[in-house]
Design a protein around this ligand. Structure first.
Ligand SMILES: Nc1ncnc2[nH]cnc12
Ligand SMILES: [Zn+2]
Length: 336
């Protein structure tokens, strides 16, 4: 391991932008297909990986939703999440705020309870085994109508004490935050935090809407906010956290090359950027791979890496005293 790789792996960090369905590795996809007797359109793990060549977000989403079909039982969701936590712990992740897409499963007839109970049991096991804490973000699929999001929120009612936040993901362009203003207001009234994908492929106006109409506590991605100077100034002034995903941006052609990635520009503009893996099984790397790849491509300093890790804690939904404890440990690590 290089010095940089070692420094990154040991850097205590939180992961704030991770779709648990996007951590389904081809090997587990095959194992679950067999366990559940589900047919998949691939002959081998290599063939699955070869299919992961995307030109844009929709290209990826089509394959990602098809892959999720092997997830059927509570045990499947437990195994999926446990595989992620095991991998994340090895990357120095001490806290993870994971998104799940209930509609991807309930629309196939999988009960909400199977999905969330499997995830919750893995979360408890990860805390016991690795000391890794986690929280759940229920994400609404934005290509579906707002009424479907309301139905999902209703389904989640018995578990609201175990869900920290709601999010908004899936096909961005053509599905602006405004479409979901009422359901996010309802979620906020129930005491949930709010996050939304905005400015990944969609225009800066969608980031404005996420702030003004959804009242977000964080922005997922936010890359295209950089096209709007006043918006950048506002995000900086509000101390809004952006959950940036470098390898995702590369694989989904949000950037042509990692050498063009705007992460250091975001930091220079005073934005609270963080580094995350988004859908690591599909984009070629977990969170430490993302830190490493962008650090090498953009020549980030150790101070930059520490800032990114610090932002991951201050931008988390953890209580202030836990944030302070994590930041203290991080500063001790940085001081060597
Ligand atoms: N990067 C992404 N953007 C929007 N929806 C997603 N669902 C999973 N990954 C996503
Ligand atoms: Zn995402």
């Amino acid at each position: 391991m290089t010095d940089l790789a070692q420094f990154i792996a040991g850097l205590p960090k939180a992961e704030l932008h991770l779709h648990i369905e996007g951590s389904l590795e081809p090997e587990l996809m095959f194992a679950l297909a067999q366990r559940n007797n589900v047919a998949i359109p691939y002959a081998s793990v290599e063939e699955v990986r070869a299919a992961y060549d995307f030109s844009n977000l929709q290209d990826f989403l089509d394959i990602y939703y098809a892959g999720a079909d092997v997830l059927r039982t509570r045990a499947d969701f437990h195994d999926l999440a446990m595989a992620y936590f095991t991998r994340a712990a090895a990357d120095g992740v001490v806290h993870a705020e994971i998104m799940f897409d209930p509609q991807t499963h309930t629309d196939r007839g999988i009960p909400f309870a199977e999905v969330i109970e499997g995830l919750l049991s893995a979360m408890a096991a990860a805390e016991a085994e690795f000391g890794l804490t986690s929280q759940l973000i229920l994400s609404f699929l934005r290509h579906l109508p707002e009424e479907a999001a309301f139905a999902t929120l209703k389904m989640a009612e018995p578990w609201l004490g175990r869900i920290t936040a709601v999010g908004l993901d899936s096909s961005e362009v053509g599905h602006p935050p405004a479409k979901f203003a009422r359901v996010f207001a309802a979620a906020r009234e129930k005491g949930l935090k709010i996050t939304a994908h905005a400015g990944e492929e969609g225009p800066p106006a969608y980031v404005h809407e996420a702030l003004d109409l959804l009242g977000v506590d964080r922005i997922d991605h936010g890359n295209r906010a950089l096209e709007d100077e006043a918006l950048v100034a506002r995000l900086a002034a509000e101390g809004m956290t952006l959950t940036v995903c470098p390898l995702s941006n590369l694989k989904l052609c949000v950037v042509k090359d990692l050498a063009d990635h705007p992460l250091d520009r975001m930091l220079a503009e005073g934005l609270k950027a963080t580094v995350n893996s988004d859908d690591p099984a599909y984009f070629g790397g977990y969170v430490a791979d993302n830190y490493r790849a962008v650090a090498e491509a953009r020549g980030l300093s150790r101070d930059d890496l520490v800032t990114l890790a610090r932002n991951s804690f201050t931008g988390s939904f953890l209580p202030q005293e836990m944030v302070a404890r994590h930041v203290e440990r991080l500063e001790a690590y940085a001081a060597g």
